[in-house]
Structure formats: C-alpha cells, structure tokens
Design a binder for this molecule. Structure first.
Ligand SMILES: [Zn+2]
Length: 310
C-alpha cells in the first residue's frame, strides 16, 4: 500500500507529460481552445486527487474505528459518503456493508483510477495504440461521408470516414455525428484516441466558467444546494471521455426511467444506477467522473447529489 502511494507521487509528472492535444483549427475557430486547454490539464489533477482520496480511504478501516469508538477523519468520512452514494457494493453486487468497505469496494475503485492511469500512459507509448497522443476536437466536421459502393437497387452505400487519418479511417456503420445526437456532450472513437466535444457540451457554464479548479481553491464560491451536475462542466465531459479510454471501450450503462431504458448520465442517473444495478457502477464512466468531481471539490459534502455544508 505504501508502494502504491509513492507510485502516485511519481505518476503525476508522468501524467502531465502525456500528450493530450487540443485541435487548433476546429477549436480556435469555435473560440474554445483556451477553456479546453485548461480542462485537459485539470482532468489530470481531478483524477489524481480522486485516486489519492480513494486510496487513503482504502487504508482506513472505518468500521473498526467506529466499533472502537474512535473518530474518523472528516475528509476520509466525506470520501466514504461519496462511495456509499456512487459505488454501494462490495464487488459482488451486494449492498455495501461496513465490514466489506475496506476490503473490496474501495480497493477496486482505487485500482481503476491508479491502474488505468498507468495503463493509459503505457498505451500512449504503444505504437499499436496510435501516434502517441489523444486529440480533442471541437465538432466533427472532419468526419465526412463517402460512397463505398452501390446496393442491389442501385442506391449509393454511404459510410463516414475520419479524414484526419492517412489513410482515412472508416467509422463503424452505426456511427452518428453530433448533429444526429442533439443531447450528446461528446464521444470518443479510434479506441479513445480521438475525442469530439459537441456544441451541446458548451451550453453549461457556472459563474462564467467551464473549468472547476477555481471552485476547489475557493469553496465559498459554491452555494449550498447547488447540484453536483453544475460543476461537471467541460472538465467533467472530458474526464468522462478519457475514462472511456482508460477503462477500455464499452457503452455507458442504462437505468429504467418511466418504463424506458435511458443512459445513466448526470447525478440523478448515476444515483439511480447505484440503486438499480450497483454492480455496474464501477465501470460506468459517468459514475467515476461525478464521484471524482465530488472528491475534488472537497470543501463541501456531495453525497446527496447537491452541496451541503460540512
Ligand atoms: Zn460515455
């Protein structure tokens, strides 16, 4: 465990050295280069803070402390509450119990955050993964349709291609652009090496900001009762997409709402997922992103989904 903690310390400079580039052409045109450039660095801080807090919690036997009548450190207790809300399981799909928290649930998330960072770094050095960078784009104008053939009725068969790559890369036949997905913040493709931030992601700002380090440094600027969703912003959108890259490519989990399956997005969605299918929370990018933001903005409690005073 001590070795893990010290590995986190040297991980930080490695992670900041990782090349996550913002596409100058599309993002400058959209006047979004500067906030994205800040957000890509902030994501690394966000994940490192969350991993460190989860790790500290994993070393603390809260149940034993309570049984012995000892006080639990306030910050550690807040992390514990966040886990209860976002990852309420013991690794076998069971509800979290005091006895199981120290052994399985926290250890699993800690390993996701730490190991995925290490794997991420290794991936970027793996020639099979790509050119060694993750590229963030503003919009998907460079994903263009091409005719790839003609069907039995003489109609053209159209497919989308990533025209940034040489040779151009054909997208999956189910691919849809931002314009076809009007309530999608962002998506990742090419194994997670390309992240498209759609216009929809820019509808949200908090106090005229898209990034959240200022709210960490100055917790007084957060209002009691503010939703955790108010603080995911562009940093949260990028963190969600980057977690897809770290965690392997799979779809986000869904929850039942009014008899329909809907994506487990936003604080409501991930809190519902924790109730409906707790075993799915540990590999749901949105759950990990929102829990990480709750841990990052540690001047407040967030386990009810909105800011409550310490
Ligand atoms: Zn996703």
């Amino acid at each position: 465990m001590v070795a893990l903690l010290s590995s986190l310390a040297f991980l930080l400079p490695l992670v900041s050295a990782v090349e996550i580039g913002v596409d100058k052409t599309s993002c400058t045109a959209a006047k979004r280069f500067s906030p994205l450039n800040m957000a890509r660095l902030e994501v690394m801080d966000l994940a490192a803070v969350a991993a460190e807090k989860a790790h500290t919690l994993a070393q603390t036997n809260i149940a034993a402390a309570w049984l012995a009548g000892n006080l639990v450190d306030e910050q550690i207790f807040r992390t514990y509450q966040i886990f209860q809300t976002f990852f309420p399981l013991d690794g076998h799909g069971q509800q979290l119990t005091q006895a199981s928290i120290q052994t399985v649930a926290i250890g699993k998330l800690t390993s996701i955050l730490l190991d995925k960072f290490i794997n991420f770094h290794n991936n970027l050095n793996n020639p099979a993964f790509g050119p060694g960078t993750i590229q963030i784009w503003c919009g998907d104008r460079h994903i263009e349709q091409r005719q790839v053939g003609t069907d039995a009725n003489g109609q053209p068969i159209l497919r989308y291609f990533d025209t940034d790559k040489v040779p151009e890369v054909e997208m999956h036949h189910t691919f849809q652009k931002c314009a076809d997905l009007p309530t999608t913040n962002a998506y990742a493709f090419n194994g997670g090496s390309d992240i498209i931030v759609c216009d929809y992601a820019w509808r949200r700002k908090k106090q005229d900001l898209y990034v959240i380090s200022g709210f960490r440094r100055n917790p007084q600027s957060i209002q009691a009762g503010d939703s955790l969703d108010d603080y995911s912003l562009i940093t949260g959108t990028l963190a969600h997409e980057l977690f897809h890259t770290y965690m392997g490519f799979h779809n986000d989990h869904q929850v039942v709402f009014n008899g329909q399956m809907v994506g487990a997005y936003g604080t409501w969605g991930v809190m519902e997922l924790a109730q409906q299918a707790p075993a799915n929370t540990l590999d749901n990018c949105e759950s990990i992103m929102l829990a990480a933001i709750a841990m990052f903005l540690d001047g407040w409690r967030w386990h009810e989904g909105y800011a409550t005073a310490l």
